[in-house]
Ligand binder design. Structure first.
Ligand code: FE2
Ligand code: FE2
Length: 194
């Protein structure tokens, strides 16, 4: 299944350097991102209880993200790192959501496609983290995550294809991929996923 593997702007060397220079801070942010990804999948279930075709996959995705959170937290705990006390504003997600259509149907499609582009970016960045790791255990862990997030990138497009014409979905997805590239390019470089 290859539905979305596109990113318009590859992550920079500067970004991976920032991550590797403070990996403890990256882990703290990463854990929060996994927890938020789980909550996002479950928020679709809460907001769209009538979309019964996608609810089982949404629940499954929510569980997988929560498992990622569990795994990252275990890694943090073993290194004596705590979760962040206050979670800063998620500028990346905020900027993406600001660009959503306001109509109910269009917004539903946009939210699914945003989820897809965010997952695809996660996959791209976890791949870079896996490749930069010198610790074989961490390299293996991030490789597993990269595969899993790439799968999620496909799943959300597949969900959209249940309800909207293929052409409409792919045209809008291409637009979102371009928007996401601009947004990620404009973010400050930090040891964080976005
Ligand atoms: Fe995840
Ligand atoms: Fe994911």
């Amino acid at each position: 299944m290859k539905l979305n593997l596109d990113i318009s702007v590859p992550s920079s060397q500067e970004w991976i350097d920032a991550v590797m220079s403070d990996f403890d801070a990256f882990l703290q942010d990463h854990a929060d991102c996994e927890r938020k990804a789980s909550a996002m999948a479950m928020s679709f279930v809460a907001k769209y209880p009538d979309r019964i075709e996608i609810i089982p996959e949404l629940i499954e995705t929510g569980v997988e993200e929560l498992e990622h959170f569990q795994q990252v937290y275990a890694l943090m705990a073993s290194r004596g790192i705590q979760l962040q006390h206050s979670i800063g504003e998620d500028i990346y997600m905020k900027q993406l959501i600001k660009k959503c259509h306001s109509g109910r149907e269009e917004r539903f499609m946009d939210r699914l496609l945003i989820a897809s582009v965010v997952e695809t970016r996660g996959a791209e960045r976890f791949k870079l983290v896996a490749e930069a790791q010198t610790d074989p255990e961490l390299a293996k862990f991030y490789k597993t995550l990269w595969v899993s997030e790439a799968k999620h990138g496909h799943i959300f497009v597949k969900m959209a294809l249940n309800y909207f014409e293929k052409e409409t979905v792919y045209e809008r997805l291409a637009w979102w991929v371009a928007q996401e590239g601009e947004i990620i390019n404009g973010l400050d470089i930090r040891p964080a996923l976005h």
